[in-house]
Design a protein around this ligand. Sequence first.
Ligand SMILES: Cc1cc2nc3c(=O)[nH]c(=O)nc-3n(C[C@H](O)[C@H](O)[C@H](O)COP(=O)(O)OP(=O)(O)OC[C@H]3O[C@@H](n4cnc5c(N)ncnc54)[C@H](O)[C@@H]3O)c2cc1C
Length: 108
Amino acid sequence: MGRNGIPVQRIAPEERVAKAVEYGAQIHPQYTQEFSSGVAVTRHRVPWVLGCYGIWADKEAQYATAAAMDGRTLMAGEHISYLPARQEGAILSALDAVTRLHQHVVSA
Ligand SMILES: Cc1cc2nc3c(=O)[nH]c(=O)nc-3n(C[C@H](O)[C@H](O)[C@H](O)COP(=O)(O)OP(=O)(O)OC[C@H]3O[C@@H](n4cnc5c(N)ncnc54)[C@H](O)[C@@H]3O)c2cc1C
């Protein structure tokens, strides 16, 4: 969670929904008229999630090792990407892993 997210995570869910409507209405003024109900969940407080994306201590130093094929194991996902916490990172990582796996098989 970034620094800007912390105050938003601390408030009650119903206040968070109200903030979302308030901020969204700055871009789409009709929000306040069209909004009917909402729900807010703080990800890092969900016991089996405890967050929402991988965080690296030193990605430059560790990425190549983490992404390397190790016997029959090859990892892919947002956590093995330079775009963590994004579907784009997960997809790019999957494409990279499948490409390398294919190259490994055809060159064996
Ligand atoms: C609330 C929320 C909102 C988000 N909003 C956005 C957004 O607006 N835009 C965006 O780009 N990204 C968003 N993301 C991030 C995005 O969803 C993730 O980065 C992406 O889904 C990660 O894809 P993945 O394939 O790496 O992992 P996942 O989608 O987490 O897939 C991992 C899969 O592995 C399975 N699995 C785990 N352990 C095992 C096991 N032992 N055996 C078999 N299967 C297992 C899991 O069940 C899961 O299906 C959001 C994430 C969250 C949580």
